[in-house]
Design a protein around this ligand. Structure first.
Ligand code: GTP
Ligand code: MG
Length: 239
């Protein structure tokens, strides 16, 4: 009788220990943090800072306050049990900041390359941005091309033209508006997904969760985006 009670106590203790271990493991999993580095680039005034502000704070600022050199921020994105910390380096587009921003390209994993669909110059400058970023260390970054300001009626670069340029380089393409918020969340979610997918040693569950988020945001942003399947690194575009 006493032996049976002792055995039952022992098995209860084993069970409690195993439960505690499972809880600890779950907690550890919850605390997993993955960091990625994303940069923004494109001509001055195309709306890089506004797109980041729209995504991080859901706000839009009408007044143009040019970035001085570089701005930095961290955005946390909860993905299943994971905490994705997105380090956002917002580079000034003005030529006077060439020396400053060249310090920040290195090891970028993702890049938001922005033009203003109401400015042909900003569209024609895209090649030079790719060259500059590749020259200064971002050659492995996954690129998403953002045609911004689609809320403005008087566009001069058609969606077709923008898409063709992105496609010919193998980049993701989104038409966005920092003003209305159109496709901004979908664009960021897609780049996170592609960056995680491209990284070595990332837990599959995390990449899957990021892919699901990207799909959800695409649905939310209406009809979806045929470019979502494609992604290529900067280096892949130049050969
Ligand atoms: N209508 C409209 N205006 C926008 C949009 N995005 C940005 N702007 C305006 O464009 C101007 C420039 O925006 P910024 O985000 O500061 O541009 P930037 O690319 O960061 O410029 P630099 O920091 O100088 O490189 C501001 O006056 C914004 O209000 C948009 O989607 N629609
Ligand atoms: Mg800026």
């Amino acid at each position: 009788m006493r032996a049976a009670r002792a055995a039952s106590n022992a098995s209860g203790a084993v069970q409690a220990l195993s439960d505690a271990r499972a809880r600890a493991k779950q907690k550890l999993k919850r605390q997993q943090v993955v960091r990625i580095k994303i940069i923004s680039m494109g001509d001055a005034g195309v709306g890089k800072s506004c797109l980041i502000k729209r995504y991080c704070e859901e706000k839009f600022v009408q007044k143009y306050i040019g970035t001085i050199g570089v701005d930095y921020g961290v955005k946390s994105v909860r993905l299943g049990n994971w905490d994705l910390r997105v380090n956002l380096w917002d580079l000034a587009g003005g030529s006077e900041y060439f020396e400053v921003r060249n310090e920040f390209y290195r090891d970028a994993q993702g890049c938001m390359l922005v033009y203003d669909c109401t400015s042909r110059n900003s569209f024609e400058a895209l090649d030079s941005w790719i060259d500059e970023s590749a020259r200064f260390g971002a050659q492995n970054a996954i690129v998403v091309v953002a045609a911004n300001k689609v809320d403005v009626g008087r566009r001069v670069v058609s969606e077709k033209e923008g898409r063709q340029w992105a496609e010919s380089n193998g980049f993701l393409f989104f038409e966005v508006s920092a003003n209305s918020g159109a496709q901004v969340r979908a664009m960021f979610a897609s780049i996170f997904h592609r960056v995680l997918h491209s990284m070595q040693g990332v837990d599959e569950d995390l990449t899957t969760a990021a892919g699901q988020l990207a799909q959800t945001e695409l649905f939310r942003g209406q009809e979806g985006n045929p470019e979502e399947g494609k992604a290529r690194r900067i280096s892949g575009a130049r050969n």
